[in-house]
Write a protein that binds this ligand. Sequence first.
Ligand code: PEP
Ligand code: MG
Length: 301
Amino acid sequence: GVRVRLLLNITTAAEAAEIEPLGADGVGLFRTEFAYMVRDGWPSEDELYESYREVAGLLDGRELHIRLVDFGAEKCPAYADIPLNRNPSLGLRGMRLLLQREDILWPQVRAIARLARERPVTMLLPMLDTLDTLSAAREHLCRAVGCQTPDQFPFRLGAMIEVPAAALLVDDILPHVDSLSIGLNDLTQYLLAADRDDEFVERYHDAMQPAVLRLLRHVVTAANAAGKPLTICGELAGDPKLTGLLLALGVRRLSVARSSYRGVVQAIRRLVVRALEGLGPEIATQSTAAAVRQLVAERLG
Ligand code: PEP
Ligand code: MG
């Protein structure tokens, strides 16, 4: 009797074609960087619009969340002329970079706005950190689409919660956005100071760590109390070992890679709501990842 929305993470229109046959609820995270990586120069607003429209055309009205490009760190086209940072994950990336580069930001924003005048679209702001960045972003978006005030966007606005600072500030961020999307790969990486792609610290990049789960619970509880949709995306959202735990924390929307979809559907169907009751607060009081794992194994099997 509990409805869990399950969406897909995509990078290309071809992947969007899988949504309908799978019965997924839509695209929870369109990673738009790929379209820039396979070219020799910047795409125009028209080209971007056509590519987003192609995806929308495959969704039959289902949800569509398009992320503004998260350049910097591991994703960066060769022609971008973005300064190489000594420590890319902590360097200029995501929304901070876009605020300095109207030439990248505006065509994409305008392309998404065009689509949003035809059907509902959520624009996701990557790597949001502080309210200052959010306010600056809202002003930029407003100028880019020519609206009078930042409350008149044609699109819905979603904040990607991937930086711990933004997670802690969730109550301050929520009034300014329509939804939240937690990038659990990056949130775990930044909270635990463990590079998500570094094999030497792989075992430290662990979403079962109580620090991650307590922060997650803080964000989920705030979004639920505000009545705003919250989606967990990132590869960890597709790990069926985490599904019960995420639902126990109050999560009702997951966006996963195509390869994880069926496993997560099965994991959800195996769960009994009664087993989840009271488990969220109990998870949050554990002190070690081992204790969390044991609790989840005992209660959810
Ligand atoms: C994440 O960080 O979890 C996320 C969804 O974004 P990406 O994996 O594209 O950085
Ligand atoms: Mg991320």
